[in-house]
Unconditional design. Sequence first.
Length: 172
Amino acid sequence: MARAEALLRLHKVAHGAYPSVTGPRPRISNRGRIVAGRRLSIGGAQFPVGIGCGPSGVISFGDEVFLNQGTVVHCESAVTIGSRVRIGDLCAVYDTNFHEIEPGAGVRTAPVTIGDDVWLARGVVVLPGTAIGEGSVVAAGSVVRGEVPPWVVVAGNPAVVVRTIEARGRRR
């Protein structure tokens, strides 16, 4: 816990009580504002987690968020991740395309919102402008863009709803 607090403080990450970091030290580039709630947990047995925030970006993590190994969260405008969110190995959450897709079109940035009690399985990519509703599950390897309703399972590229979740409540 002391190691995690020192690391977050070094990178000017405002955080709640009891953060934890296991495995290799995460790579944090904070040129904007990063805020984390209670019990932010960063695990990286094989691959470090990467968190990048541009000068006008704001990344907000709720309480009890878990980022698994190899996960990357990058923000140029706004990324909001709710409480009790679980993000699996090798996931990517981006609010920017980083470069122009067509000459003269400019770089696209659009806020990303991930609701409470969401689970992103291994290898999920969340694209700019995505909003994932509370309690939803995103299947491994999916690419998510646009709106995902609450309490559904989505899968594929692009991710589509494959079923609803009947049992609702806090994810543990």
